[in-house]
Design a binder for this molecule. Structure first.
Ligand code: ATP
Length: 365
């Protein structure tokens, strides 16, 4: 039986609430597939920092990084800031420590969910670069000033090549599942030197992957097409801040952050978390939509399946996606999707959909 060690960081706000849902769903999967998951839970959070001053360290991340994958809820509270005034979260630290260079954010319009635009077939993967771009200067030394502040955008050939290789291979994998197989770069090479290099490397990688269609738009025009004609996109790839914004526009097209999963990956590490934050405005009310976190857990299984060549993991991931699809089509749905169900009720429905569609398995020893 395949056995994986997973690090779990529930975090703040609705993070622990939706994490409970994802762990319940993974537990149900274990009953039906020849799969065993062991968890180590870490209580890193903005709340812990506020109470004790403790935040995640390099040594913590070494220990966590030795496990097979990280499942992450949400971290950060608006009133908890580090000495520089930035909101506290471990995502940025983990991206740097594990050299996670890409955030994969699949967005699909499910049956039963209303789109904010006139579109029926929205099914895209936004790939956001996460190690450089507009966030490259995050650790630059600077003199605090009330008169002027500077951020730095840097693009490197090495990261861009890895990023675009990943984009084309994801497009190829998606095409096997029926999508067109097209990669679109969103950039601003008419105004930013860094983006001239990014576009050049994109063209080179596209020329090595001619079986996959490629296209490019300036980020401003591309943002408009996202809203006016989202069906033209399959895989979108962009630098750090453009990708951050684009992925939230994409989430908005298909029902919002409550149904938008994500995976931050390098070639060896993966951190899986919903695209949403800790949503302090609804924490503790039982209204959080657990679907984004559940789909992130499914992405984790899919990624483990690809990394380890484990078909059982891939099947388990597919079955969770199907169960979610079924629940979104029929309800119950949480308030963000126009329903009035609680986090628990939606989770129970996903568990039931899984249990009723899958046979129990006899685990091998
Ligand atoms: P961050 O910067 O940490 O990503 P954010 O500022 O984008 O966070 P979120 O915490 O993601 O903010 O919340 C944005 C809005 O979306 C809030 O109104 C929140 O209640 C809502 N929201 C986020 N996640 C969910 C969810 N899972 N279910 C329902 N509503 C959600």
């Amino acid at each position: 039986m395949a056995h994986y060690n997973i690090s779990v960081i529930p975090g703040d706000g609705i993070g622990p609430e939706v994490m409970d849902s994802a762990l319940a769903v993974l537990g149900e999967s274990e009953k039906h597939f020849d799969l065993q998951l062991s968890y180590t839970t870490y209580d890193f959070s903005a709340d812990l920092y506020r109470r004790t001053g403790r935040k995640i360290t390099e040594a913590d991340m070494d220990v966590i990084g030795a496990t097979d994958a990280v499942l992450f809820g949400a971290m950060g509270l608006p009133d908890v800031r580090d000495p520089e005034g930035l909101e506290l979260g471990a995502q940025v630290e983990m991206r740097a420590h594990y050299k996670l260079f890409a955030s994969l954010r699949p967005v699909k319009l499910f049956q039963g969910v209303e789109s904010a635009v006139k579109a029926h077939n929205v099914d895209m993967l936004v790939i956001r670069e996460t190690s450089e771009g507009m966030f490259a200067g995050l650790h630059d030394s600077h003199e605090p000033s009330d008169e002027q502040a500077t951020d730095r955008m840097t693009i490197t050939r090495a990261t861009s090549e890895k990023l675009f290789d990943l984009a084309f291979s994801e497009a190829r994998a998606r095409r096997r599942r029926g999508t067109p197989g097209r990669v679109t770069l969103l950039h601003k090479s008419n105004a930013l030197r860094s983006n001239v290099l990014m576009e050049k490397v994109f063209d080179e990688v596209a020329a090595r992957n001619t079986d996959i269609e490629s296209s490019k738009y300036y980020i401003d025009a591309g943002s408009m097409y996202m809203v006016t004609d989202p069906e033209r996109f399959d895989v979108i790839v962009s630098e750090n801040i453009f990708g951050d914004i684009t992925s939230e526009i994409a989430a908005g097209l298909v029902g919002g952050l409550g149904v938008a999963p994500s995976a931050d990956v390098s070639l060896s590490h993966g951190v899986f978390q919903p695209s949403h934050g800790s949503a302090p405005d609804i924490a503790g009310t039982g209204q959080a939509n657990p679907i984004a976190m559940i789909l992130s857990a499914a992405m984790m299984l899919g990624w483990l399946g690809e990394q380890r060549g484990d078909e059982t993991c891939r099947q388990a991931a597919r079955s969770i996606n199907q169960a979610v699809e079924q629940v979104l089509a029929t309800g119950p749905r949480t308030r963000d999707l126009g329903g009035n169900a609680t986090t628990r009720q939606v989770t129970d429905a996903v568990l039931q959909a899984l249990a009723s569609t899958l046979p129990a398995t006899t685990h091998s020893l």
